[in-house]
Design a protein. Sequence first.
Length: 428
Amino acid sequence: MRRFQALIEANKSGKNSGIYAICSAHPWVLEASIRYAKQENTLLLIEATANQVNQFGGYTGMRPADFIAKVEEMADELGFDKQLLIFGGDHLGPVCWTSENSQAAMAKACDLVAEYVKAGFKKIHLDASMPCADDPEVLSDYIVANRAALLCQTAEEAAIAAFGRSDIVYVIGTEVPPPGGADEQIDSLQPTSQVAAQETLACHRELFANKGLTDAWQRVVAMVVQPGVEFDNTQVFDYKPHEASALKDFIRTVDRIAFEAHSTDYQTAGAYQSLVADHFAILKVGPELTFALREGLFALHHIEKQLLPMHSQFIEVVDEVMLAEPTSWQRFYHGKPQQLRFLRQFSFSDRIRYYWHQEAVQKALATMLENLAQQTLSLPLISQYFPELYQQVRRGEIERDAKALVIAKIQRVVARYSNACFAMEKAS
């Protein structure tokens, strides 16, 4: 973790240094990210969220050790140095069990954190900000910090029991709105106030000290605030450095700790550079990666339809599955049937990402890829449906292969983050 901490320290000293976090469990996203990090010879931070991966399997069906084994196996297959891999746990807390009372939810959250640590996750975001069934609607800073300290204590004990020592680094705080993009359309967005950031930091510091976590506090590397970036179904709120100037001034007075920015998906390259310069040293990305995946897969289906009269009906199958099992999108999308269909397929919040593992979707994808493997992906069709990759295909930098085209689309997202975070390393 020393190299990771060095990036944060360099950022706090005023250098354009940071790290991005890949928040996705999709195999093609992970492969694209690993291939890009190998090409650039940079650290790669991959994070799992509490609802994706937990002690009960999460929506991926994976427990923490399963997730690490899967990623490390992929790294070995792709020839990536596993010493450059860092695993993080995102929003670890009672988020999956908020329908239960706080005592039961926090007991499961402690089990969750312990299992992440024992599996080998080294960067832990302690997030106890969400109210449980017996809580008030909004939790006080004291309650949130006290629960975060309890989670940290659990993590420290798990690390010492498993490895004889703890080198876990921690992130505190949370962002508003919730993880993964806003629940619905938002009209305006304000960065976290300097006062709120100060109170969050002070409260966590006090509660950590009360639980004897002085050593662990020295390994708190970042706090999550809202920098004024967000996206909903159809719009993106761009980073405006002047609106976050008070946050930047505040964090410069805090030793060792930088900011972590969530929901940074869909920002411009310039915005990422400004975020890193303003001490948002850790940038999280997830939905935009699977949005790029979805764009690529839909583009392949359009090519398939041009080439074959009998095709996989991939897009139609995906929508049928989403309609049959609406739980993962229904409370996020609102409107008439035509609008709902549009949002299911094209929303920035990308709730479609919860359906790629479904058996019917996987079968349709396999059929589409098999159909395309038997055809020549002609340059005119690549120009039409993958125009941003056309010149690279012409130069022989990308194969005329269906999966290769989608991987390249995902890597274009990763590149914007990498160029902002590792500019100094790449220049040296």
